[in-house]
Design a protein around this ligand. Structure first.
Ligand SMILES: Cc1cc2nc3c(=O)[nH]c(=O)nc-3n(C[C@H](O)[C@H](O)[C@H](O)COP(=O)(O)O)c2cc1C
Length: 393
């Protein structure tokens, strides 16, 4: 880890993970937006959308859940990384992020039983007959079993043992493509009920071959995939794994299971555990885990303490002081900010002001910062209908 500058809050200290140095500890987590270009490629939308977070001061930004194979698309409008055209399509985005000194990662994903489902804005459930009649693309998903996620969802085809082995190669190939594209980091999506989460959880994995049964069997496919992905990555490149730390379902995957899983991931060269939760049955947002301020932070804390691996906290982290306290209390090493960043893409810059640094806009892109400093010098002390203008507010 870099030597720390005591004058700066932890949130804005650099963090070194393998060969990657993040300029601060604020991360944009993966967030699907259903705006892929033709052929599941990265298009102008993603450059503009994710580019705002680079200009807004984040240390690391993740590209949304990106399918490792076509039938693993959660929705037809998601991104993919199973062919060379897709690899090429990410390059302008990656070049822009790097030019702004923001690291760029990609979340590799497979929808499993939840592939070919609705966009969040349409309900995040199974496609309706009306949507299919209107032309929504539908295909048969795959999963650990042929049981659907819940009533009304598509009936998946159960992967054979041989197909599970092939799945490991599919993820390895996607990781190789992510490396070729020039990403700084990779995250494996093992959360929210998608393919790898559905192998981990006893709720959905009722197989009796080597990829099912007890916890060791259920962890086998995600762990073999972690090994395959790590093998394709340079030694210097960090590997994150996003977990659903708890299913929130009765007799489901729980935090003890996550601690064991994280230990195994660490042994395979995983660098950061990104602690999310839920989603095993129903939509990814099904509120099986009660929501509250920083409700998933205790998951990140326990994994960090018991496994001795860096963690990323995510979920309803709303303010700079809240985020800084999580780091100061050693509950996590990185802070991911999802919807607050959608709400205000400059939030990393604003949080620096809130914590008393960057008062002269020195960390803003200079073309903005110079003008913002000139602006505040002009308007500081002005009385507006809501009060007196002050620097840093
Ligand atoms: C628009 C949107 C899309 C999301 N897409 C993904 C995704 O692609 N992969 C994933 O693991 N989580 C996804 N999530 C979950 C977020 O990464 C994050 O964990 C969640 O929003 C909680 O953090 P927040 O309270 O800061 O928003 C998504 C959330 C939102 C709001």
């Amino acid at each position: 880890m870099d030597s720390l500058d005591p004058a700066r809050p932890l949130l804005f200290q650099p963090l070194e993970i393998r060969g990657l140095t993040l300029k601060n500890r604020l991360v944009v987590p993966p967030m699907v937006h259903y705006r892929a270009g033709p052929g599941s490629t990265c298009d102008t939308f993603h450059i503009v959308h994710l580019g705002r977070f680079a200009l807004g001061g984040f240390g690391l930004v993740f590209v949304e859940a990106t399918a490792v194979e076509e039938i693993g698309l959660i929705n037809e409008h998601d991104l993919g990384i199973w062919n060379d055209a897709q690899v090429q399509s990410f390059k302008p985005l990656i070049a822009f992020m790097k030019s702004e000194k923001t690291a760029i990662g990609i979340q590799l994903a497979h929808g499993g039983r939840k592939s070919s489902s609705q966009r969040a804005i349409d309900g995040m459930g199974p496609l309706t007959p009306q949507e299919i009649a209107a032309g929504a693309r539908m295909w048969q998903p795959v999963g650990p079993t042929s049981e659907p996620v819940a009533k009304g969802w598509l009936t998946p085809r159960q992967l054979t043992t041989e197909e599970c082995k092939a799945m490991v190669r599919t993820w390895g190939a996607a990781a190789r493509r992510a490396v070729d594209a020039g990403f700084d980091a990779i995250e494996i999506h093992t959360a929210h009920g998608y393919l790898l989460a559905s192998f981990l959880s006893p709720v959905s994995n009722t197989r009796n071959d080597r990829y099912g049964g007890d916890r060791e069997g259920r962890m086998r496919l995600p762990l073999e995939i972690a090994e395959a992905v790590r093998r394709e990555m340079p030694q210097t490149m960090p590997l994150f794994v996003r977990v659903s730390a708890v299913d929130g379902a009765q007799d489901g995957w729980n935090l003890d299971d996550t601690v064991v899983f994280a230990r195994e991931l660490k042994a395979r060269g995983v660098d950061v555990i990104d602690c999310s939760s839920g989603g095993i049955s129903g939509s990814a947002t099904a509120a099986q885990v009660p929501r509250g301020l920083g409700f998933q932070v205790p998951f990140a804390e326990r994994v960090r303490k018991e496994v001795g691996i860096p963690t990323m906290a995510v979920g309803i982290i709303l303010e700079a002081r809240q985020a800084e306290a999580i780091l100061q209390n050693k509950q996590a090493d990185l802070i991911a900010v999802g919807r607050q960043a959608q709400f205000n893409p400059n939030i990393a810059q604003h949080w620096a002001h809130d914590l008393g640094i960057n008062q002269k806009f020195e960390d803003w892109p200079p073309e903005f910062g110079w003008w913002l400093e000139k602006r505040i010098r002009t308007i500081e002390g002005f009385a507006t209908p809501t009060g007196i203008v002050r620097r840093g507010e």
